[in-house]
Design a binder for this molecule. Structure first.
Ligand SMILES: [Zn+2]
Length: 315
């Protein structure tokens, strides 16, 4: 039996409901398996505009059969629903809070009410979290995931190694949705990244559906049969280059590309075509994501790459 905010879901059944603070209801599908087992929380659109996880979570809610499940799933396809409905990019529009960086955030009341809801009502009831993201509007990326590096690392990597995502990147963040749960509350979990550009390609949706089935299988909640999955590498350290000035950006590398020390990653120019700065790789690595648009904004992400010296093939 699963019970959230007074809503009871009997074993072998599912319910489609709204959960959250009174002032911020979010859609959810609650599924209680016929047999008792672990509880998996899956969230999408923590960042509005990162779409490809949302249909994958909705489809899972429709297709999952609680009669054959051992354990529960809490599926929340659109957490930042006010951002989604207003076309706001990533953050909570009411107070500009970032649910992947502002956990908790007393100075941002709407964001804080959502993070408090997860911290008090949801996280204590779950055994594992999958949080589905994409690259931003101008942020192409190669499929990758972030795992908690400071605690519950082995439990999180035990699920990551069953998925179909090649790059497993360490995160030391403590103030995001899944990372707060991991590093402050010791609940294992993963942040998955597929797709970008506010697009919602069928290929990305299906890949996320597969990730969800593989994770649920790894946790003993359901059996998904046999799937081929890719080779994986753990990246224990990554470099995150940010722009040092405003300007126009001309990138030279693509996500998934191997780079070598000294290689030019791109350069900025002013509006008259004068070169402002060249950005080069400080060491060998693999490009994870980067700015794919023309605009360079000081302090914003230019290129992120995994450091080759900190890479390790997962056996
Ligand atoms: Zn995101």
């Amino acid at each position: 039996m699963l019970e959230i905010q007074g809503i009871r879901v009997e074993n072998g059944t599912k319910k489609k409901v709204y959960l959250g603070p009174d002032t911020y209801p979010m859609p959810a599908c609650l599924i209680a398996g016929r047999e008792e087992g672990k509880t998996l929380l899956i969230t999408a659109q923590i960042h509005s505009g990162e779409y490809s996880g949302t249909p994958a979570v909705i489809r899972t809610g429709k297709s999952a059969d609680p009669e054959v499940m051992k354990g529960n799933m809490i599926l929340m396809p659109c957490v930042n629903i006010s951002g989604f409905q207003s076309g706001y990019n990533a953050k909570i529009p009411e107070d500009n809070g970032n649910l992947n960086a502002d956990y908790p955030s007393a100075d941002k009341p709407v964001t804080d009410s959502i993070s408090s809801f997860f911290i008090n009502e949801i996280f204590p009831k779950v055994d594992f979290i999958l949080d589905l993201h994409s690259g931003g509007i101008s942020e192409p990326l190669t499929p990758c995931l972030f795992y908690p590096a400071l605690s519950v690392t082995e439990e999180s990597l035990a699920v990551a190694e069953k998925l179909d995502i090649p790059w497993l990147v360490a995160s030391e963040n403590r103030k995001g949705h899944f990372s707060y749960a991991a590093h402050v509350m010791n609940i294992p979990g993963l942040l998955l990244e597929r797709g970008f550009g506010s697009l919602c390609e069928e290929e990305w949706i299906q890949a996320f559906e597969k990730d969800i089935r593989l994770a649920a299988d790894a946790l003993g909640i359901l059996s998904c049969g046999r799937y081929e999955t890719c080779k994986k590498e753990i990246i224990r350290s990554a470099r995150y280059l940010t722009f040092e000035e405003d300007g126009l950006w001309y990138g030279d590398v693509k996500p998934g590309e191997e780079i070598v020390k000294g290689q030019v990653l791109g350069h900025t120019e002013d509006v008259f075509g004068n070169v402002l700065r060249e950005y080069t790789a400080e060491e060998d690595g693999i490009v994870l994501y980067g700015n794919g648009g023309l605009k360079a904004a000081k302090g914003h992400s230019a290129v992120a790459y995994g450091r080759k010296a900190y890479r390790e093939v997962m056996s």
